[in-house]
Design a protein around this ligand. Structure first.
Ligand code: NAI
Length: 411
């Protein structure tokens, strides 16, 4: 049988981009053939959003738009959500999953921005600049080489050699630093970086320690009094990871006793929810401390990267069914399909559904040329490719299989 190639009519796919997501997102959609795209600079009111959600297929939001259970249940056509942010707290991702809606974000778009800030802080701290800067602002001329050292030839200890930690390592090496790192996972060392077997060892040998681990049970207060005591006298400490990883009371004591020469902190256990709220922290009294308001990842480049990264994931899912990078979904990587129909079927993970899906095709004499399945304890996601002439009734029958959450056809 001659197979006719149909193509997805992207003009029918409605895209809604809110909160002024970066223009790269719009560009990505249009370059990939999408034309029905509405963009808003601000978040919509809940009523406006509810109205839009009746019709749209793809939504892109930042942190001000909340997509909670009630709203998600009022979005019958929504196939995917893009959080143009690092986190996804603004969406009930489990509810979205059970509705068959993968949620994407951009976890690593600001990696470089954080790494650059850390390098700048490392140099500033080791030269004693924050203190000299503070004194100069108070009419005091402190021209002295005391405690001011080059970073070249010094040892940087990186705790957590993931995306940010390894970028920091590469940049620091190019400044002539020696890098040691500690990670609970086995990692491929880049450049001259050397893994150390224990955190204690890292703390003992490093001139500056920088922390790049996630907030977990294991990492909470991972740097506290005992760890600070292990650090070299005159060492510096940088935290641009999460506020609960370092005990700042212990850090304040380390600064008071002059055991620590300088500290940079971008993240805190208690951070103001908005710029209108006051910020209070025990490190504010020290001139040799750089305090920044959780802006490690806040650069124009990071925003641009986020715009592109999330839009690409949304387009890929819409075009191919690929869920790589989804935060709430089983991951299937798929290439664009050629001369085939592709059916997507998302169902509750109960026994027998796959058998029914397969039976639906085989009972009609439709040959399944490829099939991909991934499951988690809650859902199953199966993709079926066929070479037969298009049979539009298949999609309706797929939707009617018991325990089906959602079914789509990509021509
Ligand atoms: P990642 O997941 O790529 O790397 C984290 C690394 O820490 C992994 O290699 C992991 O194996 C390691 N790790 C986990 N638990 C550990 C433990 N107990 N001991 C030693 N190593 C451990 O994460 P990424 O992207 O590098 O981010 C690191 C941190 O930076 C995260 O806490 C993240 O939230 C934070 N961050 C802060 C930003 C800011 O604006 N200041 C912006 C972006 C991320």
């Amino acid at each position: 049988m001659v197979t006719k190639k149909y193509s997805l009519d992207k003009s029918k796919i409605k895209v809604l981009l809110l909160e002024g997501v970066h223009e790269n997102a719009l560009k990505c959609f249009t370059e990939n053939g999408y034309s029905d795209i509405e963009c808003y600079k601000e978040a919509l009111s809940e009523n406006e959003l509810e109205e839009k959600l009746k019709h749209i297929h793809i939504i892109g939001i930042r942190s001000r738009t909340e997509l909670r259970k009630v709203l998600l249940h009022k979005a019958p056509r929504l196939i995917t959500i893009g959080c143009f942010s690092i986190g996804t707290n603004q969406v009930d991702i489990q509810v979205a999953k059970m509705l068959g809606i993968p949620v994407f974000n951009a976890p690593f778009s600001n990696t470089r921005s954080v790494a650059e800030l850390v390098i700048a802080e490392c140099i500033m701290l080791m030269r004693g600049i924050p203190e000299k800067n503070a004194l100069a602002h108070n009419n005091i001329w402190m021209k002295s080489a005391n405690n001011a050292v080059e970073v070249r030839g010094k040892t940087l200890g990186v705790i957590g050699y993931g995306h940010i930690g390894s970028q920091v390592s590469i940049l620091a090496e190019s400044l002539g630093m020696n890098i040691v790192y500690y990670d609970i996972e086995k990692k491929l060392s880049l450049g001259n970086a050397r893994p150390l077997a224990s955190l204690k060892e890292l703390l003992r040998v490093s001139d500056t320690v920088t922390v790049h681990v996630p907030s977990t049970e294991l990492t909470r207060n991972m740097i506290s009094k005992d760890e600070i005591d292990l650090m070299k006298t005159g060492a510096c400490l940088i935290n641009a990871s999460r506020g609960d990883i370092i005990d700042y009371v212990a850090v304040a004591n380390g600064l008071r006793s002059k055991h620590l020469a300088g500290v940079a902190a971008d993240v805190f256990p208690k951070e103001p929810a908005s710029n209108d709220e006051p910020f209070v922290n025990e490190l504010q009294e020290f001139h040799n401390v750089i305090l920044t308001p959780h802006i490690g990842g806040n650069t124009l480049e990071a925003q641009a990267n986020i715009g592109l990264e999330v839009a690409e994931k949304l387009v890929k899912f819409s075009d191919t069914g690929s869920t790589i990078g989804a935060v709430n979904f089983v991951e299937i990587s798929l290439q664009p399909h050629i001369s085939k129909q592709r059916f997507l079927h998302i169902h509750e993970n109960v026994p027998g559904v796959l058998r029914e899906v397969n039976h639906l095709f085989t009972s009609r004499g439709i040959n399944i040329s490829a099939e991909y399945l991934q499951t988690d304890p809650d859902i199953g996601y199966v993709i079926i490719e066929t070479e037969s002439e298009l049979d539009k009734t298949v999609i309706n029958d797929l939707k009617n299989i018991p325990h089906t959450i959602r079914a789509r056809i990509l021509y």
